[in-house]
Ligand binder design. Structure first.
Ligand SMILES: CC(C)(COP(=O)(O)OP(=O)(O)OC[C@H]1O[C@@H](n2cnc3c(N)ncnc32)[C@H](O)[C@@H]1OP(=O)(O)O)[C@@H](O)C(=O)NCCC(=O)NCCS
Length: 169
C-alpha cells in the first residue's frame, strides 16, 4: 500500500446554523457540531483508507467559542496519523464573518476511525507521511493520544503506555 499525504484526505464541509440546531442561547447545539465533525472526519478517513470506516473514539473536543445562529460554519478534517488499522483525524472548525469574510477558529476536535471490511473486521490502512510543520506536529503527538485513548477505554494497561510514562520521566 502506497503512503499518502494528509492533503489527500482533506475534507471541507461548509453549512449554516439554522434555528432547529441551536440551544436556548441561540448558539449551535454541541451535539449538532459533534455530528458535523463526525461526518467530515469519516469522509476524511475513508479518503485515506478507501475502506469502510467506523468511529472508534472521540479523543478530544474543545468547544472554545459559541457559534451563533446564522453563522457560516466550516468543518475541515484531515488524517493526522495512520496506525495499523486506525487513523487519527484532526478537525478544525471555523466561522466566517459575514461582512469581511474573515475566518475565525471556533473549535477543534480529534477523532479516531478504524477501517473495516464488509464484516466489520479491522483491516490495514496506508501509512501517512506528514508534510507541513503543523502536520508533523500533530503526527508526532498522535501516538501519545492513541495510548491515552486506549488507556481510558480500558484497552491498554498503564505499564504499556510508554509515551505517557515518558511525559513524567
Ligand atoms: C472500532 C472497532 C472496529 C475496534 O474493534 P476492536 O475489536 O477493538 O479491534 P482491535 O482491538 O483490533 O482495534 C482496532 C484498532 O482500533 C484501535 N482502537 C480501538 N479502540 C480504540 C480507542 N478507544 N481509541 C483509540 N484507538 C482504538 C486499536 O488500537 C487498533 O488500532 P491499530 O490497528 O491501528 O493499532 C469496534 O470496537 C467497533 O466496531 N466499534 C463500533 C464502531 C461504531 O459503530 N461506531 C459508531 C458508533 S455509533
Amino acid at each position: 500500500m502506497n503512503a499518502k499525504a494528509p492533503q489527500e484526505s482533506r475534507t471541507i464541509m461548509t453549512d449554516l446554523v439554522l434555528p432547529s440546531e441551536t440551544n436556548p442561547l441561540n448558539n449551535l447545539f454541541g451535539g449538532e457540531l459533534l455530528a458535523r465533525m463526525d461526518r467530515a472526519a469519516a469522509i476524511s478517513a475513508r479518503r485515506h483508507s478507501r475502506r469502510i470506516v467506523v468511529t472508534a473514539s472521540v479523543n478530544h473536543v474543545a468547544f472554545n467559542s459559541a457559534v451563533p445562529l446564522g453563522s457560516v460554519v466550516t468543518v475541515e478534517a484531515k488524517v493526522s496519523r495512520a496506525f495499523r488499522t486506525s487513523m487519527e483525524v484532526f478537525i478544525d472548525v471555523w466561522i466566517e464573518d459575514r461582512e469581511s469574510g474573515a475566518r475565525t477558529k471556533a473549535n477543534e476536535a480529534i477523532y479516531t476511525f478504524v477501517a473495516v471490511d464488509e464484516t466489520g473486521r479491522p483491516v490495514a490502512v496506508p501509512e501517512l507521511l506528514p508534510e507541513t510543520d503543523l502536520e508533523k506536529e500533530r503526527f508526532a503527538a498522535a501516538l501519545r493520544r492513541k495510548q491515552l485513548s486506549l488507556l481510558l477505554a480500558g484497552k491498554m494497561k498503564p505499564q504499556d503506555a510508554t509515551e505517557l510514562k515518558a511525559l513524567f520521566e
